[in-house]
Design a binder for this molecule. Structure first.
Ligand code: 9D3
Length: 249
């Protein structure tokens, strides 16, 4: 997959893309990230990219010309059909489903928002999608773009090793991960749950399912509403809920 990132701060991307799985994916030709400095496409002597908002108010707004020209000069006719994603606090929430949708594309363009916001014509006439990574305020769209690249890249065929890929993704199924342990069996007096040492794969599987369901119910009940549960999971969840109601009485 080819990812074009349009930003005023390309240097911010140096760390995260040059380590670990993203580094390996790029070395293996599975992922290519091209960073484009939007300021290089400003035409005035001072290379100005932002201006005060019409109608007044605080902050500076990203001007349309440099970003339109950056995207058009870099992508040209390649723009046809390519998702152009504006990262902004007003976007719809970036989720695993959204990551899966983007991972099917051969190329995407990411436009990093600006602390003051962007001229509305960018969102209306240049972007095809607008995404936010969550309800908190960042200083710009760069970290959000990195989050999107990370989440999408690990879904590309061949990016994760067979072991990483084999570990089934509980989040993709809409449940939180069950507790995991490794050696030693007792650490500072804290024991690993007996069932995990039992060698009884059926019992281990049932314990993990119950733990996942319980944890999701306690921490992220919003996920349970949309989770696709097997009839067995549905039954266990009903049991947990009955149990919980008994304790409330
Ligand atoms: C004055 C109103 N602010 C909107 C909440 C302006 C504003 C603040 C911060 C405009 C842009 C930003 C910078 N943030 C992003 O560009 C951004 C973002 C975020 O702040 N949170 C979650 N996801 C994202 S994606 C891009």
């Amino acid at each position: 997959m080819l990812v074009h990132v349009f930003t005023l701060f390309p240097e911010m991307f140096q760390g995260p893309f040059q380590a670990s799985i993203l580094k390996r994916a790029q070395a293996g030709g599975l992922l290519e990230v091209r960073l484009h400095q939007v300021r290089d496409h400003a035409h005035d002597r001072h290379r100005i990219v932002d201006d005060a908002p019409y109608g007044g108010g605080p902050g500076m707004i990203l001007k349309p010309e440099p970003l339109f020209e950056a995207v058009e000069s870099v992508l040209g006719t390649a723009l046809r059909g390519m998702p152009v994603v504006l990262l902004s606090p007003q976007g719809r929430l970036f989720t695993q489903a959204e990551a899966q949708r983007l991972a099917r594309e051969p190329a995407v363009a990411l436009l990093c928002g600006h602390y003051g916001g962007v001229d509305e014509r960018i969102r209306e006439q240049l972007a095809t999608d607008e995404l936010s990574i969550g309800d908190y305020v960042l200083t710009g769209g760069e970290l959000a773009a990195m989050v999107v690249v990370d989440a999408v890249s690990r879904l590309l065929p061949g990016v994760l090793g067979s072991e990483e890929a084999a570990a089934q993704d509980s989040h993709a199924r809409g449940l939180l991960q069950y507790p995991q342990y490794t050696r030693p069996p007792v650490f500072r007096g804290w024991k690993v749950p007996e069932v995990l040492l039992s060698g009884d794969h059926g019992a281990v599987g049932r314990w993990r399912t119950v733990q996942s369901l319980r944890r999701t119910q306690e921490r992220r009940p919003d996920l349970l509403e949309r989770a696709s549960l097997t009839p067995e999971e549905r039954r266990l969840l009903d049991e947990l809920q009955a149990h919980r109601q008994q304790e409330e009485r």
